[in-house]
Design a protein around this ligand. Structure first.
Ligand code: PLP
Length: 396
């Protein structure tokens, strides 16, 4: 077999950065050449407690000795416990577990349709989503995603989706149509450029949903599990959703997704209507439980909020110093974006050469996602590296 055949055995779906990471601990990762990097990507808002957090590792190690998988034909104690913890700390009453963010959103879309058709008996099916949103890569969730580049080449797309501009009060006049059963949105658009929802707009949206019997479904796949300073971002917006989806940070890096709903909505998913082989298996739910236990026992939300405050003020200082490069700083908590006057990728590449990992969010935003457990000294390292890059000048 030619060597190139083996080298290219993975499909080319990702434009990968040119380093190979082989080890991680806390806020740091190491490449295959032994170089150490400060990781302010957190595996895209997934390793919220840093890499290989001891508390989660201990719980997973223990579960690995006992039972890996038994299918959802049987009761799974860690799944019950994690669900109880999630509803204790949210608006929700019941949880469905799956394996990813896309699957959680796919489940939310199914739940919304089934709730309308079986519980409300009104045969509504349409889900309204927003421009430049991101909800996943399955056929239904890429259709929910308000970005043409993600839908390109996948026709015919499933029907039953409609898009409105985000944060546009006037456009809410178009929200309610006769077939509309739900709205699905991010409270900070992550992939779309780190854009937080406007509070007044969101309140109006929420009110329209209530008045018209439309489910308010929020995608907290990226914003959930402390990323924005509260366990869930919705807590900061003065709204109560009907449905919420989670994934990224929930398992500290093990693959788990969750769909959370009020009980009258969850009731639409009676036995046999939805399912997943791996969803909520003993290993990943142990990881989820240990993640939440750690967050509460160590008061991680308080320290993460303080760190977010510090990070934001430092980023704002950088913007004040280099306004010709940095147009603005935006985001919520430890989900921060630098809006660049030009392309973000030059800054990201230079930072990587200086052993600091950060991400893009769209072409012109640098996205910064420290672990919630990062330190002030680590934020200072990022700021120093960004400062050096900006003072030397970079191609935009
Ligand atoms: C990452 C992400 C998804 C998709 O999650 P996967 O686990 O990759 O399927 C969905 N919604 C939002 C807001 C995300 O950030």
């Amino acid at each position: 077999m030619p060597a190139t055949k083996q080298l290219n055995a993975v499909m080319p779906t990702y434009a990968r950065f040119p380093i190979t990471l082989v080890k991680g601990k806390g806020s740091y990762v190491w490449d295959d050449k032994g170089n150490k990097y400060l990781d302010f990507t957190s595996g895209i808002a997934t390793c919220n407690l840093g890499h290989v957090p001891d508390a989660v590792k201990t719980a997973v190690d223990k579960q690995l000795q006992e039972l890996w998988h038994c299918s959802n034909l049987y009761e799974i104690p860690s799944q019950q416990k994690l669900a109880a913890k999630l509803v204790e700390h949210s608006f929700g009453d019941q949880v469905f577990f799956c394996n990813s963010g896309a699957e959680a959103n796919e489940g939310a879309i199914k739940l919304a349709r089934r709730y309308a058709q079986k519980m409300k008996k009104n045969d509504r099916f349409e889900v309204v989503t927003f421009k430049q949103s991101f909800h996943g890569r399955t056929l239904a969730t890429l259709t929910a995603t308000g970005q043409e580049k993600i839908q390109d080449g996948f026709n015919p797309l499933p029907s039953g989706f409609r898009y409105l501009p985000y944060n546009d009060l006037q456009a809410l006049d178009e929200l309610v149509k006769k077939d509309t059963c739900a709205v699905l949105l991010e409270l900070v658009q992550g992939e779309g450029g780190v854009i937080a929802a406007d509070k007044e707009w969101l309140e109006k949206l929420s009110q329209l949903c209530k008045e018209n019997d439309i489910l308010l479904m929020i995608d907290e796949v990226q914003t959930g599990i402390g990323r924005t300073g509260t366990l869930f971002a919705y807590e900061q917006f003065g709204i109560t959703p009907d449905v919420m989806t989670l994934a990224k940070g929930l398992g500290s890096g093990l693959p788990i997704g969750a769909l959370i709903a009020k009980s009258h909505v969850a009731a639409a998913f009676e036995a046999g209507t939805h399912g997943s082989t791996f969803g909520g298996n003993p290993i990943v739910t142990s990881a989820g439980l240990a993640t939440l236990d750690y967050i509460f026992s160590k008061d991680v939300l308080t320290s993460a909020s303080e760190l977010a405050h510090y990070l934001t003020s430092k980023l704002q200082n950088l913007q004040a110093k280099y306004p010709q490069v940095i147009q603005g700083v935006r985001g919520l908590g430890l989900l921060q974006g630098l809006v660049i006057n030009g392309e973000a990728k030059g800054i990201i590449a230079k930072a990587r050469e200086m052993q600091v990992l950060i991400l893009p969010a769209g072409p012109n935003v640098v996205r910064i996602l420290p672990p919630l457990t990062a330190t002030v000294e680590e934020v200072d390292m990022l700021i120093q590296v960004l400062g050096e890059i900006l003072s030397e000048g970079v191609d935009l």
